[in-house]
Design a protein around this ligand. Structure first.
Ligand code: KIV
Ligand code: NA
Length: 264
């Protein structure tokens, strides 16, 4: 079985087929999601929070994300693995973007990269595409710009919706293969989706996008206060807590291990 490619995703849009994307940060979850048929795995810079414990995506570095990306590639067989370029690793210039993307592809085996922003990063998108790097764009709530946006809030209301639409069209023209729309009104995401020939991937963007993405820890119930757009499909936080307490109790009481877990 070969990997999913960006052409497969373009073909899915032509057929009107929706698809799921999940984040992944390690080999074991990558394997589980891959075997569940998730066609695209994103090694998000959300790793800053869910893996490294920072309180925003800003601090995480290329050197911190590279080993996670390599693990996700090793753990999966069929999924297209997208590496998120972290804050400060691509904004300075197209040359910087290409240097960073090349590291994710050569050192970690990523198949594509993602970066945040619209017209302000068009030169970067064009340089990457010209160099053979598939680029996923990201509009709306772009967390690397949280200090400009003034918080994690809905984007693209009113006039800003026209700006977002123009950004999306320019990104498509520049060669992006898909665009994430984060925290935007559902009707705007629908208009962008029908106006573009490349797939849109929604997160807090309503039901009309071509694909949906969530951070897996949000989906599985590990995040204490998930956003309104998150639907929980699991209760892993409670499950892990229960298991840890049961293990602790068995160890202190002597109930574990017993003969069946020992070597004679
Ligand atoms: O970093 C991330 O997890 C993301 C997705 C939420 C799109 O950028
Ligand atoms: Na991200």
């Amino acid at each position: 079985g070969r990997r999913v490619t960006v052409r497969d995703l373009a073909a899915a849009k032509e057929r009107g087929e929706r698809w799921p994307m999940l984040t992944a940060y390690d080999a074991m979850t990558a394997r589980v999601f891959d075997e569940a048929g998730i066609p695209v795995l994103l090694v998000g810079d959300s790793a800053a929070m869910v893996v490294y414990g920072y309180d925003s995506t800003l601090p995480v570095t290329v050197d911190e994300l590279l080993p996670l990306t390599a693990a996700v590639v090793r753990g999966s067989r069929r999924a297209l693995v997208v590496a998120d370029l972290p804050f400060g690793s691509y904004q300075a210039s197209p040359a910087q973007a290409l240097e960073t993307a090349a590291r994710f592809m050569k050192e970690a085996g990523a198949h594509a990269v993602k970066l945040e922003g619209g017209r302000r990063v068009l030169p970067q998108v064009e340089a990457l595409v010209a160099a053979g790097v598939p680029v996923m764009a990201h509009l709306g709530l772009t967390p690397q710009s949280v200090n400009v946006l003034g918080g994690y809030r809905v984007q693209g209301r009113g006039q800003a919706g026209d700006e977002l639409m123009a950004d999306a069209k320019d990104l498509e023209r520049a060669g992006a293969f898909a665009v994430v729309l984060e925290c935007v009104p559902a009707d705007l995401a629908e208009r962008v989706t029908t106006s573009l020939s490349i797939p849109t991937i929604g997160i807090g963007a309503g039901a009309a996008t071509d694909a949906q993405v969530l951070v897996w820890q949000d989906l599985m119930g590990l995040t204490p206060q998930p956003a309104k757009f998150v639907k929980r499909y699991g209760d892993l936080g409670a499950d892990l807590g229960r298991a840890a307490r049961a293990f602790a109790s068995d160890v202190t009481s002597g109930a574990f291990p017993t003969g069946e877990h020992a070597y004679g």
